[in-house]
Design a protein around this ligand. Structure first.
Ligand SMILES: [Zn+2]
Length: 202
């Protein structure tokens, strides 16, 4: 029982795309390739960061609440996105404020095509599956982007895993824009998607 449980806690499913359950009689491996999408409130009362209503939680309560998600699990989530409360008038308005899905879809298909071509001989077809060696090969940064990343690493104490993830996300952002090189703005945007790695209160 313990060994199987430990495999799951070690985040094997999200890394390797399989789960191994070991028992006295032998061990079995099951496929488990999946996309994890999760949502949480910013704090126990739900209003931390809300421009209209004030949060009633103490810094300690907020930290305890957020620590319920382990660092290693957060490390493995590519994009942390803060979603502000949508105003009722915006919700009920007919005005189209965003880009049409069909346009976004075309951009995603094009970016997937670039990745497919890039990893033709690698046995996988996405930036997210890059090994550390592939990250070094395909995610080279210019001096400006390197400077931004170094600064962020120092200020926000990102883990080595988060560092690799920032490169992979930046590579995807550049692909979505049809850019051969990772641009400084791609690195800056990828850093923004690590918002839950940041310490709220120092
Ligand atoms: Zn609160």
């Amino acid at each position: 029982m313990q060994r199987g449980k430990r495999s799951v806690e070690n985040h094997q499913p999200s890394e390797d795309g399989c789960v191994t359950i070991s028992r006295a009689a032998g061990s079995l491996t099951f496929p488990s390739r999946f996309m994890l999408v999760a949502a949480m409130n910013p704090c126990p009362c739900g209003y931390y960061g809300d421009p209209k209503r004030s949060c009633r939680c103490s810094p300690r309560q907020i930290e305890n609440y957020r620590q319920r998600i382990s660092g290693p699990l957060l490390d493995r989530i590519d994009l942390h996105v803060e979603v502000p409360l949508v105003d009722f008038r915006e919700l009920s308005s007919n005005t189209n404020i965003g880009e049409a899905s069909v346009v976004i879809r075309a951009r995603v298909i094009a970016a997937r095509g670039i990745q497919h071509e890039r990893f033709r001989k690698s046995g996988h077809s996405t930036n997210s599956a890059m090994t550390s060696r592939q990250v070094r090969q395909h995610c080279q940064l210019d001096a400006e982007a390197t400077g931004y990343l170094e600064q962020a690493m120092e200020e926000m104490s990102f883990s080595a895993r988060a560092h690799d993830r920032i490169h992979k996300v930046a590579r995807t952002l550049a692909d979505l824009a049809g850019s051969i090189n990772i641009r400084p703005q791609d690195i800056l945007e990828a850093i923004q998607y690590r918002s839950l790695d940041r310490k709220l209160f120092s």
